[in-house]
Design a protein. Structure first.
Length: 201
């Protein structure tokens, strides 16, 4: 097909990487070959078999293909923003999520979204990202369904930090944010919040 692997300065693409370097061809859009939707750190357990079972048939330029279900697409986009990039993304990445919510507002199965996120260990990332999208764009989302996503009070601090940094043009997120996101126990999160409150930053 004439595509060649681009050099991104990383020759070793074993885990935790979840895709190969982009495949490029003059005059064509690059292609990313993924073996998973996201990296595996942070306790995520993405069921790839379930993704294939829920995939939907589509036509692209007369060719048959499969695409993610709206629920899986939403989960993928939210994880890409928070888990994959720590909210260091252009605001269009958040707008993409708002656009998906608007496109599927009458058919999105929120119960399935919450069940999948909770089961696969991604609920905190999904919750924080959707709350940030809600602050920025105010799409139609059922609050009671969002609250079914497993989260903690500390995650509300993540939402506040991420929202303010994205609105400021997505400068590098502080180490404090990463520590808060990666905290796995109440003790970890309390210590992060205590340092934030005491520092006044």
């Amino acid at each position: 097909m004439g595509y060649l692997g681009a050099s991104d300065g990383t020759s070793d693409r074993r885990p935790p990487y979840h895709h190969l370097p982009p495949m490029e061809k003059d005059g064509c859009a690059p292609i990313d070959l993924h073996h998973a939707l996201t990296q595996s750190f942070g306790g995520l357990r993405i069921d790839l078999g379930g993704l294939w079972q829920r995939a939907r048939p589509i036509q692209i330029c007369g060719a048959s293909a499969l695409c993610l279900s709206p629920e899986d697409l939403l989960l993928h986009l939210t994880l890409h923003v928070s888990h994959g990039h720590g909210f260091q993304v252009p605001i269009r990445s958040l707008y993409d999520i708002a656009a998906v919510l608007d496109r599927h507002r009458d058919s999105l199965n929120w119960t399935q979204v919450a069940a999948l996120a909770n089961r696969e260990g991604s609920s905190r990332y999904v919750y924080c990202t959707l709350r940030v999208v809600d602050r920025l764009f105010s799409p139609s989302m059922p609050n009671e369904e969002l609250e079914r996503l497993t989260h903690s009070e500390a995650d509300r601090e993540v939402v506040d930090l991420a929202s303010r940094y994205i609105e400021a043009g997505a400068p590098p997120m502080p180490l404090l944010y990463r520590n808060l996101v990666d905290g796995t126990t109440w003790g970890d999160r309390f210590e992060v919040l205590r340092r934030r409150l005491c520092s006044g930053n």
